[in-house]
Design a protein around this ligand. Structure first.
Ligand SMILES: Nc1ncnc2c1ncn2[C@@H]1O[C@H](COP(=O)(O)OP(=O)(O)OP(=O)(O)O)[C@@H](O)[C@H]1O
Ligand SMILES: N[C@@H](CCO)C(=O)O
Length: 303
């Protein structure tokens, strides 16, 4: 086993988890990518961050991409003498677009690409297991690794992740507010239990959402109704929930993206009742940024 010579380049997509009712299970990869470059060096650690997080992220071993690279090397049973890492980040941090999962999956992807027989030592399935262990839940790491739409969860001590189809007409607009919300804080707002009726309604909508995304986008508004997390999190992001409510009142399938505070609105060209991208962009609140995004089909990618 040895390291490849020279630089390796990996890119990894943003992701939106939950998609309304699919709490900690459903996730969608989106066309906004962080680009990471790494080389093995004789000694030490050199980290450069450009874009999101520049000047704020640590540049030592605690950097999430670096920690994830070491986890990947550990799983493959190899350790480089030193690492040089360059991150060009565009995914907003702590906004609900899967930045931490992108860092984790990107770091594991870099480690795999740096080892000459990396892909046979660390399969995509292994990578998802490691990434979900590092993130603590699988719904962002699965689409970041595999691309497209994924259904994931925990089974005993391991994780499952299955890819499901997405209708090619479906795209999304992400409305990103100027304020952040940590996933940890958003998770602390959730109750230990929910009424049985809410759990039952949520299960039905989650099943409908798999069908709606797969080829029945006319059902997206009904299918994206959540009963498990968005309202409990309202006090931490009232402006985001107000935008979700206003868009949904106008027939737009809008949800809180991941743990928030970004709002994700679906569109599907030619489907009656759904707004077009230009109309949706016009609904962006002042000071927020609207990204019109395609579904990313490839996940973490070398080169
Ligand atoms: N590219 C990155 N490089 C290093 N650390 C990162 C990177 N992206 C995110 N992080 C770390 O992860 C934190 C954000 O993670 P958090 O889970 O709170 O939000 P998120 O992943 O953006 O949103 P969500 O999980 O709701 O989609 C950042 O504050 C930073 O510490
Ligand atoms: N399912 C997660 C996604 C954010 O990482 C949550 O809502 O807390």
């Amino acid at each position: 086993m040895s390291f490849v010579r020279g630089e390796v380049r990996v890119s990894v997509p943003a992701t939106s988890a939950n998609l309304g009712p699919g709490y900690d299970s459903l996730g969608l990869a989106l066309g906004l990518r962080d680009e990471l470059t790494a080389t093995t060096i004789h000694d030490g650690l050199e980290v450069v961050v450009e874009g999101e997080g520049a000047g704020a992220l640590p540049l030592d071993e605690s950097h999430l991409v670096v920690r994830s690279m070491w986890a990947g090397f550990g799983a493959m049973g190899i350790a480089p003498p030193g690492i040089r890492l360059h991150c060009r980040n565009v995914i907003p941090h702590a906004r609900g677009l899967g930045s931490s999962s992108a860092a984790i999956v990107g770091g594991l992807g870099l480690a795999r690409a740096l080892v000459s027989d990396g892909p046979s030592r660390l399969s995509d399935g292994d990578l998802v297991q490691l990434a979900a262990d590092l993130e603590g839940h699988p719904d962002n790491v699965a689409p970041a690794a595999l691309g497209g739409f994924t259904i994931s969860g925990r089974e005993g001590m391991s994780w499952y992740a299955v890819s499901a189809p997405v209708d090619p007409r479906i795209r999304a607009v992400a409305f990103v507010p100027p304020y952040s919300l940590s996933t940890e804080l958003a998770r602390s707002l959730l109750p230990a239990s929910v009424p049985h009726a809410d759990a039952a309604a949520d299960a039905g909508r989650t099943a409908l959402l798999v069908a709606a995304l797969g080829g029945a986008p006319e059902h997206l508004l009904t299918a994206t109704r959540d009963y498990l997390h968005q309202d409990y999190r309202r006090p931490a992001m009232p402006e985001s929930l107000a935008l979700v409510d206003a868009l949904r009142a106008d027939g737009v399938p809008a949800v809180v993206s991941g743990a928030g505070p970004t709002v994700l609105a679906f569109l599907a060209d030619g489907v009656p009742g759904l707004l077009a991208a230009a109309d949706l962009r016009g609904r962006c609140p002042g000071g927020w940024v609207a990204h019109e995004l395609d579904v990313d089909r490839s996940g973490v990618r070398v080169g």
